[in-house]
Design a protein. Structure first.
Length: 270
């Protein structure tokens, strides 16, 4: 060969390369998920203080965040930022218990961002198809608060903050907590096969996700249009599948990106 024979890689180097975790493993690891989500957590916490005040001066937050705060209230723990602190602590403890490396790979974080942008596209297409004739219904899809209050009346900063908060705390509640809890209950307590338990957990979380949103603005309560409920159930199922296959970080980013497009980008363009 020109230039002489290729240098031999020591066997220890071969072993190190074979032990190196892949992108698909690291992108679901708690440390990379925590670092990946840290900017979103910070943006929501600061944005909630500056842009989410109602006319009385009180801070209005994402409904899932409120549910988590009320849950903590039952145990005497109070604090506006408690859900965020809990999320960070849970991921840190998970990482410590996993005994994984503390090394952060920037290429993995970049890949997670790109993957989230790609995985949100099917949901955007479905949403546009189902709500193309009704702008209010389109904005109500995956609405972050009671959609009787037109979200277009809020500033783009407030809608951006709410979009990020929905991605973080709705996924924390409906995917990380609900799916994990139901799966443990069915598989460990009732000895249901793990795959069956996962499917049941996903279905329950998808329906709960749809029922959690107030979609009366689209006529569901009067029986005139069931599309918003079907869309939200489908979206919940899609997020559940992403959570199981690609982990918590990817599904949070995809959810937040969807809401940013629907609640921030599209109203600006119109």
């Amino acid at each position: 060969m020109p230039g002489g024979p290729m240098p031999r890689i020591p066997s220890t180097a071969h072993a190190e390369l074979s032990r190196s975790p892949s992108y698909w493993t690291l992108s679901t690891s708690p440390l990379h998920v925590l670092v990946f989500l840290s900017p979103l957590i910070a943006l929501y916490e600061f944005g909630s203080l500056y842009y989410l005040h109602n006319t009385s001066g009180a801070i209005r937050t994402v409904g899932a965040n409120d549910l988590l705060v009320r849950f903590f209230d039952l145990f005497g723990a109070t604090g506006l930022h408690l859900p965020a602190i809990t999320l960070v602590v849970v991921l840190l403890i998970w990482h410590i218990l996993s005994k994984d490396s503390w090394k952060i790979r920037s290429d993995v974080l970049a890949g997670m961002a790109l993957e989230s942008c790609v995985l949100v596209l099917p949901l955007l297409v479905l949403g546009l198809v189902m709500h193309s004739q009704d702008e209010k219904a389109r904005l109500a899809a995956l609405a972050l608060e009671n959609p009787v209050v037109d979200l277009r009346d809020s500033s783009w900063q407030a809608r951006l903050t709410l979009s990020i908060g929905a991605g973080l705390y709705e996924e924390l509640l409906f995917r990380l907590v609900m799916i994990t809890g139901i799966h443990i209950f069915l598989a460990d307590v009732f000895r249901v096969p793990k795959r069956t338990a996962a499917v049941v957990a996903c279905l329950i979380s998808a329906v709960a996700f749809a029922l959690y949103h107030d979609i009366s603005i689209a006529g569901l309560r009067t029986g005139t249009d069931i599309r918003p409920f079907l869309f939200l159930t489908a979206a919940g199922g899609y997020f559940a599948a992403l959570f199981l296959m690609r982990g918590f970080g990817i599904v949070v980013a995809a959810h937040a990106l969807y809401d940013i497009v629907v609640l921030v980008v599209m109203p600006m363009r119109s």
